[in-house]
Design a protein around this ligand. Structure first.
Ligand SMILES: [Zn+2]
Length: 79
């Protein structure tokens, strides 16, 4: 797992990351985009390949992969 992350990071350093969200086609500011990765386990590796895509925060939330940080929620409650 660690070597996978490192190899993706190395690949991103060589080529600029496309900041366009793969779901909604919006250009996402560098500090806001997410990089989503899916790596098939051995039982499905013959059918699927690993994929990494750029995604905006709204689409990440729509996929159910975004949770608010507890500290941020606490700060909102104190207002
Ligand atoms: Zn999007």
């Amino acid at each position: 797992m660690r070597s996978t992350v490192e190899s993706v990071g190395a690949a991103e350093q060589e080529a600029p990351v496309d900041r366009t969200c793969y779901r909604c086609d919006r250009d996402v500011a560098t500090e806001y985009y997410f990089r989503l990765s899916a790596t098939p386990r051995s039982a499905t590796r013959d059918r699927f390949r690993p994929v990494t895509r750029t995604c905006c925060p709204d689409c990440v939330a729509a996929l159910g992969l975004l949770e608010f940080d507890e500290r941020w929620l606490d700060a909102i409650d104190r207002r």
